[in-house]
Design a protein around this ligand. Structure first.
Ligand code: BES
Ligand code: ZN
Length: 511
């Protein structure tokens, strides 16, 4: 079973409308980490729910109650989880789709060249810029585009679909684990009935020209460390007469990691196996160069000249990054102040067998002993941690085979190539555009350095194979300024997601 020509044509013929859909979604600033934006996150949920309903999905918004802040419920409601289903044909396999409709914060003043919440479509450079274009509104709308095409054409979907879309992914997925467990426990009565495999489109290719499939994610342990002393911020004329919280915090934060990325916390590497020769070879084979990482990073700053070292640093080794200090003077002004209470933020990316709980104990023990050595009279008020575990999948599974087949365009009867929406002009019109070269390749299989905490929850609660099928490219700049998705990736990616469903229908064992 291959994706019908009419479906592929639909995406090509409706490029403008599909881009408008992304424009609407980007215009809703659904920043989950900012309480002031919570209404926008809920508005985004309502918008997405309406879209799903419009194309035949039976969906509901499940409320999650109040957000817990510092251990106590706040009067801030969590955004709902959208659960949905379409199809209940026992002869078809059932695929569960996960995505998130919230985004990272963004302000023009961070260095965006266009307004982050106004989709900027640049046909001549094949780019659409805006917060969430690649992480994760573009991919989520890719699924909606597949639904719309089938609905409009009156073509039956090749599989039964189940949906789970959340609005707190970028802020630690609060509430989702419990809901997944609850829903999974309902068995045939719940939304995850008869799920055969799972697909998540929320990662990117490694580079800009080879599609990829992601079979692993690092876990995360995110720390907030608070030190206080004076009753209020002090004039720094007090300097020299008092212990300063900021000085203590910087001392602690400077003892976490070296400039060349070695983590200094005792025992942190326990159990993490060194890479075998064979594994190093695997990394050497990936279509990716040190220059690619530098291009994606926008600077010549790779940790080594050795490709395997750089790749393993990103995918298979733990890392520690310093993020910021809350409560410090952060404006451009020359403010002579001694901040009274400061919170340092840093996180570790984890790999098996590290767990957030184990890492928390090691970090806390180390910080407390280093703090004691400072002989300061300030108080180490609290060490908070939020986390999620790493996940690595068996990629020799039909779910990966399906994603791989769908990605190798040459395997599609109706090649995606040649079906270029020429009415856009720009790169689409050119027979030599990169668009034609992108999709003819076999995807790289790789692990990603970031995290999607619910992946492991799905794996544990449903026990089904999960494939991460990316839409965007390695230089999309998720979480960064000028986040973008290529127009070609959005449109071809919508076809890819649809084609994947047809491949699953073909490859899933008949029950
Ligand atoms: N889409 C990302 C995961 C990702 C990261 C994909 C890097 C590709 C490259 C996801 O939305 C994300 O950002 N997750 C957070 C989770 C955290 C807040 C628990 C992350 O990795 O920082
Ligand atoms: Zn993200």
């Amino acid at each position: 079973m291959v994706a019908p020509k009419a479906f592929l044509d639909f995406i090509d013929d409706h490029g403008k409308e599909l881009i408008d859909r992304l424009k609407e979604a980007v215009a809703i600033p659904s920043v989950s980490g900012d309480p002031a934006r919570r209404e926008d996150v809920k508005r985004m949920a309502a918008w997405l729910l309406e879209q799903l309903g419009r194309f035949g999905v039976n969906a509901e918004a499940v409320p999650l109650g109040e957000q817990i802040v510092d251990g106590t419920p706040s009067d801030l409601d969590l955004p709902p989880i959208l659960l949905g289903r379409i199809g209940a044909d026992p002869k078809k396999p059932t695929v569960l789709i996960y995505g998130h409709y919230d985004v990272q914060p963004a302000q023009k003043s961070d260095g965006w060249t266009t307004e982050p919440f106004e989709l900027h479509v640049d046909y001549s450079n094949d780019k659409m810029t805006g917060r969430g274009t690649t992480d994760d509104k573009g991919p989520v709308l890719g699924w909606v585009n597949v639904l719309e095409a089938h609905h409009a054409l009156g073509i039956e979907l090749p599989v039964n679909l189940r949906f789970c879309f959340e609005g707190m992914e970028e802020s630690g997925c609060e509430g989702l684990d419990a809901l997944v467990a609850e829903e999974a426990a309902k068995g045939d009565q719940g939304y995850f009935d008869n799920v055969d495999c799972i697909c998540i489109s929320d990662t990117c290719w490694l580079n800009t020209n080879t599609p990829g499939l992601t079979y692993g994610l690092r876990g995360v342990a995110y720390f907030h460390v608070t030190i206080s002393g004076p009753g209020a911020d002090l004039h720094s004329g007090f300097g020299g007469s008092v212990f300063e919280p900021m000085t203590d915090l910087i001392a602690l934060m400077s003892k976490l990691v070296t400039s060349d990325a070695r983590i200094l916390i005792p025992g942190i590497y326990d159990g993490v196996k060194p890479a075998s020769e064979e594994e190093i070879e695997l990394y050497n084979k990936i279509d990716f160069s040190v220059a690619d990482v530098e291009q994606a990073a926008g600077g010549k700053i790779a940790i080594s000249d050795d490709k395997a070292t750089v790749l393993m640093g990103r995918m298979r080794n733990p890392s520690l990054s310093l993020h910021g200090i809350v409560g410090a003077s952060s404006g451009v002004e020359t403010k002579t102040v001694i901040p009274a209470r400061v919170t340092g933020k840093f996180s570790l990316r984890l790999v098996p067998p590290q767990t957030p709980e184990d890492v928390k104990i090691k970090v806390e023990t180390y910080l407390r002993s280093e703090f004691a050595k400072l002989n300061t009279k300030n108080t180490l008020e609290s060490i908070r941690m939020e986390g999620g575990s790493a996940w690595v999948e068996d990629y020799k599974h039909y779910n990966y085979e399906a994603a791989k087949n769908a990605t190798e365009v040459s395997r599609l009867e109706h090649s995606l190539v040649g079906r270029l929406p020429t009415h856009f002009g720009g790169p689409f019109a050119s027979p030599t555009s990169s668009l034609q070269e992108i999709w003819l390749k076999t995807p790289d299989f790789f692990r990603e350095g970031g995290s999607i905490p619910v992946t492991l929850t799905f794996a544990e609660k449903l026990g089904k194979n999960i494939v991460l099928l990316p839409m965007g490219r390695g230089d999309d700049g998720a979480h960064s300024t000028n986040e973008k998705v290529n127009i070609s990736n959005y449109l071809q990616g919508s076809k890819l997601l649809g084609a994947y469903l047809y491949e699953v229908a073909k490859l899933a064992p008949k029950t």
